[in-house]
Write a protein that binds this ligand. Sequence first.
Ligand code: ADP
Ligand code: ASP
Ligand code: MG
Length: 416
Amino acid sequence: MARLVMKFGGTSVADIDRIRNVACHVKREVEAGHDVAVVVSAMAGKTNELVAWCGAAAPLHDAREYDAVVASGEQVTSGLLAMTLETIGVNARSWQGWQLPIYTSNAHGSARILDINGDELIKRFAERGQVAVISGFQGVHKETGRITTLGRGGSDTSAVAIAAAIRADRCDIYTDVDGIYTTDPRVVPRAHRLDKIAFEEMLEMASLGAKVMQVRSIELGMVHNVRIFVRSSFDRPEDIDPHGTPPGTLICDEAEIMEQQVVSGIAFSKDEAQISIRRVQDKPGVAAAIFGPLAEANINVDMIVQNVSADGATTDLTFTVPAVDYARATDVLTKSREAIGYERIDGATDIAKISVIGIGMRSHAGVAAKAFRALADRQINIRAITTSEIKFSLLIDAAYTELAVRTLHSLYGLDK
Ligand code: ADP
Ligand code: ASP
Ligand code: MG
């Protein structure tokens, strides 16, 4: 007997038939004798609709009201699943974030989970054999009592945090793919499923664009050592042996992975913009004058590349920001032009960041050099490069994204 968290994403609860299917998955685990907490997302497309309604009602809305609106999608699914479970003879009760409670910071729209009280759930497992159906994505701020949400894709984080709070043996993430692939299988049909991936690699994959899991959920899994298993909700519930090993990917400590590949996966993101500041004065304090105001404006900067000055007086500096912050970032820099001292700003939004990730890179040289040659052979120009211990990222024109990802996927032997 084990204690499980089962999380179902939007496509898995897209309509009443799918919710019935989810209920059968839950029933299977309950009948196998497990204590189960289920975490659900809003029905597919619902959160997008709610977000759009907020924009239509008031383009510059209060973030507290945004949360009041968008948290409602998950409330609907948790209630629907709890009543569906009851109809098939499974004792279940729904829980909203404020009822457990799941306490968060008050950063409305992107709140962080601070504390979850799992005692009541554990008590109900023991006394009543009751399944808890918990709304993902939402929580409550302790002091104000207001509903908060955790940022898009936040139900993954709810699930992992609840798994840590109830000391679950496993956190199963049921989604529309049967695991973590070497890259997005929608873009590269030859991508293959990984049996295991290390937390650190998954953290890089998620941060660098693989939206299959929210970044924060992996951080939490790593800190609390939660075993996260990503699997498909579309497998027929009756075909699954609850004591067997279903297809899926285990996100775990790297020590558990026997055969470490040099490259485990490739992530990409088109949600970036490039900013190049031309002929910046080359003197102490300039980087601070540029990045200070950007940080104050809450703009995340990535991939900073600066040239060594040729004339000793000026240099060029290039970096990327999230595409949604591009206009704000150029505005901030234009306002600080006097303090920084530069000739002009060039920008590009039609760019993509391709990242190659693998723990094996720590002990292998020349991994990135191979990529530069392969992309050059396909006439793909690299605008900027950054590297770290277990990954490197390349900035290229967005038009070449698919070609570059497929090229690198083959180059590192990841094609199935
Ligand atoms: P859910 O609604 O269940 O939370 P998401 O849409 O958030 O599901 O995440 C699943 C999707 O993530 C898949 O359909 C897939 O296209 C995409 N994805 C991106 N990168 C990967 C990857 N490396 N492995 C698996 N899926 C990926
Ligand atoms: N429903 C929320 C979203 O679409 C949270 C989630 O699905 O994880 O972002
Ligand atoms: Mg998701």
